[in-house]
Design a protein around this ligand. Structure first.
Ligand SMILES: [Zn+2]
Length: 435
C-alpha cells in the first residue's frame, strides 16, 4: 500500500519543481536566522538568490557534524524556543552530542514519513508493531512510535533491553511487525531459540531494521531465522531520525528517500564534488521542510550509491543502496580501507559461524593489526579445536582474498562476543590506548 499516493508517485518534473521551491525557502530561512549558515555562505560569497536551479545546491557550503557540535546546544536552531516542542540528541560517543529540535509541524511531517515507510513495508491498520528501539534522546524509539501511530497501527512501546521479556511479548501479544537495530534483532532471535520459542511460527511477518549498517547476508540470516521479510530503514538524528527512507517490500532493493522532504546528493568523499548517479560516494542531504533544525548539505558520512531508475512499486522517489559503510567506521589497516560490513559479509557466508562478531585493532610498533573475533555455532564448537582452526584459516584466507588484508581470526565459544542492546559495537580500537 502507498500511504501518500499523490506525493510518493509525483512525476519527476513536478517533484523537482517542488524541491526547488522548498530549497529556496530553506536557504533563505537558514541565511536569515542561523548565524552559522550566514557566515558560511558569506565566506563563499553565496546569497540565497543565487539558488536558481536544483544544481545550484552545489554552491552552498557543506555542514559537518563537528560544526553542529561547535554550536552546541542551540546555535543551529532556526525558530524561537517557544516553537520547539521536543528535543532529541545524537549518541555523542565522542564528546558532546548534537541536540536537535522539532516543532509541532516537524513532528507531524516525521510521523507522515514514518507512516509512508511502514506502509511501504506492507503494514496497515490492524497490524501490531513491537518497537524494540530504545526510547529516549535517541530518535529510534519515539521515531518508529510516531510512525506506527500515524499509520494507525497498534504500537507496543517495548524499547530496548529485557530481552527475555521481548520474547515473551512477541509470543503473547502476537505483533505482525517489529523494529530495532539488526544486531539487537539477532540477540532476540538467539534468546528466543534458547527459550524454545520459534519466531517463525508467530504471526510476525516483517522486521524494520536500521540505525547501523548491515549486509544482505545479515538480511538472509534474520529472514530465515525469524520467518519474516527484513527491511532496511534509514535516518539520522541530525536530519530528523528514522524514516528519511526505507526499502519497499516489492523491490527490496534500495531505500526510497522521501525527496519532497529531503534533497539527496552523492559526493566524492575526498573532494566533495558531486558524483553521477550509480557511483559510490558519501551521501549529502539538505532538508526541505524542517522548521526547527533545517540543514544545508549535511555530510552524513554514510557511503552509498543513488539509483534514479523507476521502481516496480510505483514510487518515483530515488533509491539509495544499503549503506556500505560509514566514514567514521572505516578502518585503515596498513594502508587498506576496511569497513566492518565487508568482514560481516564474509563471516555470514561461513555457515558454521554464529553471526556475532567484533573487530579489534592493535598497534605493535608502527604496524597495525586486526583481530576478528567471531563465535562458533554450537555444532562447530562440538567438532573440536582442530576443526575450528581449519575454519579460522579459511575465513582468514577469504578476508585476504576479498578485502586484501592479513588478520588474525579467533573463533570463540557461543556467548563470548558481547551482545547488542541497540547499536552494536563492531570495532574496538586499541591503537590510541596508553600502554
Ligand atoms: Zn519501490
Amino acid at each position: 500500500m502507498i500511504f501518500d499516493i499523490r506525493n510518493e508517485t509525483l512525476p519527476r518534473e513536478e517533484l523537482a519543481e517542488l524541491q526547488l521551491h522548498r530549497l529556496r525557502a530553506t536557504v533563505l530561512r537558514c541565511y536569515e536566522t542561523v548565524t552559522f549558515y550566514r557566515e558560511a555562505m558569506d565566506e563563499l560569497e553565496v546569497k540565497p538568490h543565487h539558488i536558481q536551479s536544483l544544481a545550484d545546491v552545489k554552491l552552498l557550503p557543506f555542514t559537518k557534524k563537528e560544526q553542529l557540535r561547535d554550536n552546541y546546544p542551540y546555535g543551529m536552531f532556526a525558530v524561537p524556543s517557544h516553537h520547539v516542542v521536543r528535543l532529541h540528541a545524537s549518541s555523542g560517543t565522542s564528546g558532546k552530542p548534537v541536540v536537535v529540535g522539532h516543532t509541532r509541524r516537524d513532528l507531524v511531517n516525521w510521523g507522515e514519513m514514518g507512516a509512508r515507510c511502514l506502509a511501504a513495508a506492507g503494514l496497515a491498520p490492524g497490524d501490531r508493531l513491537h518497537n524494540a528501539y530504545g526510547y529516549g534522546l535517541f530518535t529510534g524509539g519515539l521515531g518508529l512510535h510516531g510512525a506506527g501511530e500515524a499509520l494507525g497501527l497498534t504500537v507496543i512501546p517495548m524499547s530496548g533491553g529485557q530481552t527475555q521479556k521481548q520474547v515473551m511479548l512477541l509470543a503473547d501479544l502476537a505483533p505482525t511487525a517489529m523494529s530495532c537495530t539488526p544486531s539487537y534483532a539477532l540477540n532476540i532471535v538467539e534468546e528466543a531459540e534458547k527459550l524454545g520459542v520459534d519466531l517463525r511460527k508467530l504471526p510476525l511477518k516483517v522486521g524494520i531494521f536500521g540505525a547501523e549498517p548491515w549486509t544482505e547476508e545479515m538480511r538472509y540470516e534474520l529472514e530465515s531465522r525469524m520467518g519474516i521479510d527484513a527491511l532496511d530503514i534509514y535516518g539520522l538524528t541530525e536530519l530528523m531520525g528514522p524514516s528519511v527512507g526505507i526499502e519497499c517490500l516489492e523491490g527490496k532493493k534500495g531505500l526510497h528517500i522521501w525527496e519532497d522532504h529531503f534533497l539527496v546528493e552523492c559526493v566524492d568523499i575526498d573532494t566533495g564534488e558531486p558524483l553521477p548517479p550509480g557511483e559510490k560516494g558519501e551521501v549529502v542531504i539538505t532538508s526541505l521542510t524542517r522548521e526547527a533544525f533545517p540543514m544545508l548539505r549535511f555530510r552524513t558520512r554514510d557511503i552509498a550509491v543513488l539509483e534514479p531508475a523507476p521502481c516496480k512499486c510505483g514510487r518515483t522517489h530515488v533509491r539509495m543502496s544499503r549503506i556500505t559503510g560509514r566514514t567514521d567506521d572505516m578502518l585503515i589497516i596498513r594502508g587498506v580501507n576496511v569497513f566492518p560490513t565487508q568482514v560481516e559479509a564474509i563471516l555470514m557466508r561461513t555457515e558454521t559461524l554464529s553471526p556475532f562478531y567484533q573487530l579489534e585493532v592493535f598497534r605493535e610498533g608502527h604496524l597495525d593489526s586486526l583481530r576478528v573475533n567471531v563465535e562458533a555455532s554450537p555444532p562447530l564448537y562440538a567438532k573440536g579445536q582442530d576443526y575450528m582452526d581449519r575454519v579460522a584459516a579459511k575465513v582468514k584466507k577469504d578476508i585476504k582474498d576479498f578485502i586484501g588484508i592479513s588478520c588474525e581470526v579467533k573463533i570463540h565459544p557461543t556467548g563470548a562476543v558481547e551482545r547488542s542492546m541497540g547499536k552494536a559495537v563492531r570495532v574496538v580500537d586499541h591503537r590510541n590506548e596508553k600502554k
